[in-house]
Write a protein that binds this ligand. Structure first.
Ligand code: GLU
Length: 446
């Protein structure tokens, strides 16, 4: 059977690094297997879902190069969910409950005091028709719970190995609220069945849900996908992801100048046995993907590492691919400029700083003890500068002033660029030009 997976975000917010990772793992697996990647929009919560969030999610996935083979909205499929609910009711597996939120809360408190687990007591199963009529006459609307078997559900998780969930330790899940709206569980299972989803890949916060969901699957059909629950993201220190990092949206990352491939490279590699390295295509990430590489330990997400990978990608990037971005930043200088500085940026926007260094009037940085040396260097710099100039000029300075290594090169670099590290100086000097170079070496603003 060919692979079919789904990424199922709720359009009640923006995509953040955590759910982008889930999307990516689904996408990589689908592509690696030559299968299908379905984008399911979980918008049954009509109050909180918006078209703007849905569009934002789609734009983000496209920006990240994670195209989908098909997409649909759960809000268009209520009829199917109602039919499934009817079947469960008929089979005695979906039962009405009339407790209010307050009553349930009180029950849980009582259970806590008695050191009992906070599991729903199934009092509603004892209600007689007369009890229910009395509630209905009071105007109470029932919510509906799925009757778990009380058995242990087992499955072989593709990441976690054999899993056992004792459904006797769980509350019967509410599938339909008092206002008739569906919670996530039933629509999700109905769609996974109807779409013949072969693998459900999601975060390990869903492991317990899967125990209950597998029973709903079995109650409705013979179809049961395989499950893969991946460890959650944590910060680089191994502690849970800070609120800020956890909610980092793609907009923010884009705004900060992060490349989609840097984000995908990092999210594809953390928590796996592969080294964390930049990859220059989604194709490469796909070829290297395997569930067997995903470990049980949480995946460490660090912004520092993201920046490092971003830089690595830019160091190789041809000018044609950044031309437009540089133009938007108002950074001129063309290809020669980009090739000179690309090894020294971690974001494209860092180019602006180097552009200022080269093309805006700026004083050099000269320490007192290097003043005479720099002035003499200005005098011996030829008026026409080529790629060979730097080598010839510095070797003359070396013999004439008895300086070498750092004491020879650092004062020149600082005087010419105002910084103590940066691009290769030979080409830098060519782009800077003799006039500006001489002036800066003499301590002038140029
Ligand atoms: N909408 C659910 C979520 O975002 C989907 C979970 C699932 O993949 O089944 O948590």
């Amino acid at each position: 059977m060919s692979v079919k997976v789904r990424f199922a975000p709720s359009p009640t917010g923006k995509l953040h690094v955590g759910n982008v990772r889930t999307a990516l793992l689904n996408w990589l697996f689908a592509r690696e297997q030559g299968g299908e990647f379905v984008l399911r929009i979980d918008d049954t919560d009509l109050d909180r879902s918006t078209h703007a969030y849905e569009q934002g999610i789609k734009d983000d996935l496209m920006w990240l190069s994670m195209g989908w083979d098909s997409t649909f909205n759960q809000s268009h499929r209520f009829k199917m969910y109602e039919e499934a609910a009817e079947k469960l009711k008929k089979d005695g597996l979906l039962y009405p409950c009339y407790e209010t939120a307050d009553e349930l809360d009180r029950q849980r408190k009582l259970q806590r005091v008695q050191s009992k687990p906070p599991v729903y007591n199934r009092a509603a199963l004892e209600l007689t028709d007369a009890d229910m009529k009395a509630y209905a006459d009071e105007g109470r609307k029932p919510h509906w719970r799925f009757k778990l078997s009380g058995q242990t559900v087992t499955w072989n998780d593709m990441v976690r190995g054999e899993q056992k969930i004792d459904t006797a330790s769980l509350s019967d899940p509410v599938l339909i609220r008092g206002d008739g709206s569906f919670l996530y569980t039933l629509p999700s299972v109905v769609d996974d069945i109807e779409q013949k989803i072969t693998h459900v890949i999601r975060g390990e916060d869903h492991v317990t849900n899967s125990g209950a969901q597998i029973e709903v699957f079995r109650a409705l059909s013979d179809h049961l996908p395989k499950f893969a629950h991946t460890p959650l993201l944590v910060g680089h220190d191994g502690k849970s992801l800070s609120k800020r990092l956890g909610s980092l949206s793609m907009d923010e990352l884009k705004e900060q100048g992060l490349e989609p491939l840097a984000i995908c490279s990092l999210l594809a590699k953390i928590g796996t046995s592969d080294p964390i390295e930049a990859r220059t295509s989604m194709e490469a990430l796909k070829d290297e993907f395997a569930f067997s590489k995903i470990g049980r330990a949480p995946a460490r997400f660090s912004e520092g590492e993201l920046l490092l990978i971003n830089g690595k990608l830019l160091h190789e990037r041809p000018y044609a691919q950044v031309k437009e971005h540089l133009e938007n930043l108002n950074v001129g200088g063309g290809e020669a400029f980009w090739n000179l500085i690309r090894g020294n940026v971690s974001k494209v926007s860092d180019a602006a700083g180097w552009s200022t260094v080269l093309y805006s009037p700026m004083p050099g940085q000269i320490d007192d003890e290097d003043k005479a040396f720099c002035a003499a260097a200005a005098d011996s710099l030829p008026d026409v500068i080529t790629s060979e100039t730097w080598g010839a000029w510095t070797s003359t300075l070396k013999t004439e002033h008895g300086r070498k290594g750092k004491t020879l090169f650092m004062p020149l670099r600082k005087a010419l660029s105002g910084r103590d590290r940066g691009p290769q100086m030979g080409e830098f000097l060519v782009l800077l030009g003799a006039e500006k170079a001489k002036a800066r070496l003499r301590g002038q603003t140029a």
